[in-house]
Every structure is written in C-alpha cells, then in structure tokens.
Design a protein around this ligand. Structure first.
Ligand SMILES: [Zn+2]
Length: 148
C-alpha cells in the first residue's frame, strides 16, 4: 500500500502528488467499466510486441509488469474519432496512459525526449508480422518431441 500525500493548499499539487491523484481517480473510474473488449487479445499482444513491451512515452520496461499495467494508448483519442487501428495505438504504462488522458499526443510527447520518433517508428511498422508472432506465442505446443 503506497502512501498518498494530499496537498493542503495551493492551486497545483506538486508533480508526484498530482500524478498519484490522477492515477487514483483513473483507477476508480476504470474499476466499474473496465473492459478490454474493444480489441482482441491477439491484436493487443501484437501491438505490445511491436513496441517491444516498453512504454512509448517513459520507456519503462513492461515485460514484468502486471498485464493491467500494460496498456494501449490511442494517439488520437477515441472521443475525437481516433480509431482502434494499430497506427493509432501505442503501448503505454498505466501511469502515462492515465496522466495523458486526452492531451494531444504531440503536446504530451514534449515531456519525453525522443518519443515523437518512437511513435513514428512504431506506427509505421506493419502489424502483420507481430500478429503472426503473437499467434505463435499463444499457440499450444504441438511439435514437442521431448516429454515434459
Ligand atoms: Zn510510461
């Protein structure tokens, strides 16, 4: 259980507090209507593989993260008509995804040096090969020769 320090006064909370508050609110909101149904698990995995299981923004390594903390961020937000196409999706950690909310991604990217190039590189890659890889990773072992 992490301790959250609430600001006593002042218009803006210092960054870490603001950060924690925002993710707290997000988590609460998400609890009720949490759903990954908008994307198939295979496609989700393929995008994560394409992005090397690293947060596009802060570059956090997400290989060991809880699956719920490995999220997909819509570059153009859904409420602005952003699609679920892979070119509109990047892997993001739960913190970055929660904090960004609907901020234009190029604006948000200014906080993370090199992230514009990462986004461009990632969205340019064809998802097809990562779909194949995802499928292979998820397939049951059929060619096993040695006993297990
Ligand atoms: Zn991040």
């Amino acid at each position: 259980m992490e301790t959250t320090y609430f600001p006593t006064d002042g218009p803006a909370a210092p960054y870490p507090v603001q950060h924690r508050l925002t993710s707290l609110v997000q988590r609460k909101r998400a609890n009720g209507k949490r759903s990954g149904a908008w994307i198939k698990p295979l496609r989700r995995l393929a995008v994560n593989l394409r992005d090397g299981f690293r947060c596009t923004w802060c570059e956090r390594d997400l290989h060991g993260a809880h699956p719920r903390h490995v999220q997909l961020d819509h570059l153009t937000p859904k409420i602005e008509g952003g699609s679920h196409d892979a070119s509109n999706l990047v892997t993001a950690c739960i913190n970055c995804n929660s904090r960004r909310q609907d901020m234009p991604w190029r604006e948000w990217a200014k906080l993370f040096p090199g992230s514009v190039r990462r986004v461009e590189n990632r969205r340019r890659r064809s998802l097809a090969r990562y779909i194949r890889l995802a499928r292979a990773l998820r397939a049951p072992e059929t060619t096993s020769t040695a006993g297990s």
